[in-house]
Ligand binder design. Structure first.
Ligand code: ZN
Length: 273
């Protein structure tokens, strides 16, 4: 019995070690190893298609004629420049090679925003009454950009693919089970539109995205302190019948706000950099 259990355990352990050998990557921001089975280039290519489809099925507001759409674009450009400067200072710019940043505001009452792999950003008009000002929107966009840079969606997608499709590679899954794969993608990146499809990011992922998001906002010339007022407003917005989409994927509580306060000094030290 003991021998059989040991063999079984060894088998599981070797599988984990083997999987990790094949699939673990080191994140360039945190330096930590993470399970990303989906090659980032393939995920970015899928994101590009999904982004186009999403924009086609929504009303995209013109950056020339709509001041809010222009604001989303302005913040996006400023945050991107900050990210580029940060990676350049760490001599890590090659990590950003596949990124083709896009920033769009869509007319949709959902309280939501997200960033797909490769820097494909969407803000919903429903979020603007909660962000209220440009500093708060910069904090939100900074947070979403961080989820993409930290490959949180890739990690979520990797574990869902392992559970639901037995670890099929992305290209095989896309040809054999296209709709399941697309659903997994949308859920992993917080883009689900139906109730029940929204999967909350873990506290660990949320705090990592908060920490770096505040840094990008500060480097881009915005006031990261607005994050606290924003989260207060977001919590208040959940007082109605429906919890905002953004809050379902990015849960907030007192611990989160305390952590944000503790990240502020670090973020402010990046002002003007
Ligand atoms: Zn988040």
């Amino acid at each position: 019995m003991f021998i059989r259990t040991t063999i079984k355990l060894n088998g599981v352990l070797s599988l984990v070690v083997m999987c990790c050998f094949v699939s673990c990557t080191q994140n360039s921001l945190t330096g930590k190893r993470q399970l990303t089975m989906m090659p980032e280039a393939e995920v970015q290519s899928l994101a590009s298609t999904q982004y186009r489809d999403f924009l086609k099925s929504h009303t995209v507001l013109s950056q020339k004629n709509n001041s809010n759409a222009a604001m989303v674009n302005r913040i996006g450009v400023n945050i991107t420049k900050a990210v580029n400067r940060y990676y350049a200072s760490k001599k890590n710019s090659s990590v950003l090679n596949g990124y083709q940043w896009e920033y769009n505001l869509v007319s949709d009452p959902a309280v939501n925003a997200w960033c797909m792999p490769g820097g494909k950003i969407v803000v919903y008009t429903g979020l603007l009454p909660v962000t209220v000002n440009e500093n708060a929107l910069a904090v939100v966009i900074g947070h979403e950009v961080s989820h993409a840079l930290l490959q949180h969606g890739n990690q979520r997608m990797s574990s869902s693919m392992l559970q639901e499709l037995g670890g099929m590679t992305l290209s095989v899954a896309l040809s054999k089970k296209p709709s399941v794969t697309q659903d997994i993608f949308m859920q992993a990146y917080g883009i689900g539109t139906e109730v029940g499809l929204m999967l909350p990011f873990s506290r660990k992922h949320e705090l990592e995205a908060d920490r770096f998001g505040l840094i990008w906002a500060a480097m881009a010339g915005y006031d990261p302190n607005e994050a606290l007022a924003f989260w207060d407003r977001m919590e208040k917005a959940s007082g109605g019948q429906q919890v905002p989409e953004f809050l379902r994927t990015h849960p907030s509580d007192a611990i989160r706000k305390e952590k944000i306060k503790s990240y502020m000094a670090e973020a402010m030290s990046y002002k003007g950099k």
